[in-house]
Design a protein around this ligand. Structure first.
Ligand code: PXP
Length: 247
């Protein structure tokens, strides 16, 4: 189990800090450059409907700053898909989005929203992007992802992270089991499983050790940690912990 587990660095919250003062600092281009230099495998950005962090003009700025594949997280709306079709990111990750939420709560219910998600998947696939669906680690959602023709699913680790924070050992183990089963189920169906949300130095190991996972997307913790140690050091440490879990 030594296969390289990719690390996608989500730089949304560099933009959150920038937007707190409305200026240009800290610059997301610099964050993308640093992540590229220190071995990230991809850059993830989420253009939310309310533009609370990444803004429209940031898309091309990030593209200009890195040669890494860009993973654009997007809601299943005509506005976002139209932007995605023009931007043509390497990967398009469909996520649920509610204006009132602080962050993406829960996975996209692709089983319940099949009729909305199907044309969205087709449009981004036709635009040349690798489509990913951000879902709960649930076999029903994975079966529908296969019907939808998604080449990638990203498993939501938010519940796992919350249980970890609460010190609920039995809950953590149960959620980890769900993640492992979901990753294996996806791989069996020919879908590449990724995972992310709420991952930290403390809780990344058991997730990174799930052998079928090909990529983790990590944002908030890395940017928060960067305040203390710098972005490069934060990414390098996360990278080392992921490698350790796979060794
Ligand atoms: N993956 C997806 C699909 C997300 O929406 C997010 C949050 O933007 C993340 C991963 C990263 O989560 P966190 O910022 O908690 O590391």
């Amino acid at each position: 189990m030594s296969e390289h587990l990719r690390l996608g660095v989500n730089i949304d919250h560099v933009a959150t800090i920038r937007n707190a003062r409305g200026g240009a600092h800290p610059d997301i281009m610099r964050a993308a450059e640093i992540a590229t230099k220190c071995g990230a495998d991809g850059i993830t950005i989420h253009l939310r409907e309310d533009r609370r962090h990444i803004r429209d003009e940031d898309l091309t700025r990030v593209k200009d700053a890195t040669d890494l594949p860009i993973n654009l997280e997007m809601a299943v709306t005509d506005e976002m898909i139209s932007i995605g079709e023009k931007f043509k990111p390497h990967a398009a990750c469909f996520v649920p989005e509610k204006r009132e939420e602080r962050t993406t709560e829960g996975g996209l219910n692709v089983a319940g929203l099949h009729n909305q998600v199907a044309p969205a998947v087709a449009r981004m696939r036709d635009a040349g992007s690798r489509v990913s669906l951000f879902i709960e680690p649930d076999p029903v959602q994975i079966a529908v992802a296969e019907v939808l023709g998604a080449p990638v699913v990203e498993l939501h680790t938010g519940k796992y992270a919350e249980l970890w924070l609460a010190g609920d050992k039995a809950g953590v183990d149960a959620e980890l089991e769900k993640l492992a089963l979901a990753a294996s189920e996806a791989a069996k169906r020919g879908i590449e499983p990724h995972a992310g949300h709420g991952l930290t130095y403390d809780n990344v190991g058991p997730v990174a050790a799930i052998p079928e996972l090909a990529e983790l997307n990590i944002g908030h913790f890395l940017i928060g940690e960067a305040v203390f140690v710098g972005l490069e050091a934060a990414i390098l440490k996360m990278r080392a912990l992921m490698d350790e879990a796979r060794s």
